[in-house]
Write a protein that binds this ligand. Structure first.
Ligand code: FES
Length: 110
């Protein structure tokens, strides 16, 4: 099997209630991952794009979080309402969705 053109890893990590960092599970991460899997399949991406559930991506405060490779787009605040756009824009065309992109602390400009 050839390598996948693209991977998206969606955090489904769960922490105990009240944890200061929160978690993507409490923000619908598992629902987003499942909806992405179905939407990618329905878009004919099976064998080209892989949707994987992931444990903590260390972007907990920004969840539900996901990262797309090889481009390295980091998305945050995801809901199932974002799924169709992610499939069409990012998984099919490889383009970022600006409103979903998040920056990490080490990328901040001064
Ligand atoms: S719990 Fe999802 S990024 Fe940490």
């Amino acid at each position: 099997m050839p390598p996948f053109e693209r991977h998206i890893f969606v955090c489904i990590n769960r922490r105990v209630d009240g944890h200061p960092r929160g978690c993507c599970a409490s923000k619908g991460g598992a629902d987003v991952a499942q909806a992405l899997k179905i939407a990618a399949y329905n878009a004919g991406l099976k064998g080209r794009v892989r949707v994987n559930k992931a444990m903590c991506l260390d972007a907990c405060e920004l969840g539900a979080s996901a990262v797309v490779y090889p481009e390295g787009y980091w998305y945050g605040g995801l809901t199932i309402d974002d799924v169709d756009e992610i499939v069409e824009t990012t998984l099919v065309r490889g383009e970022p969705i600006e409103r979903l992109l998040v920056k990490h602390d080490d990328e901040a400009t001064t």
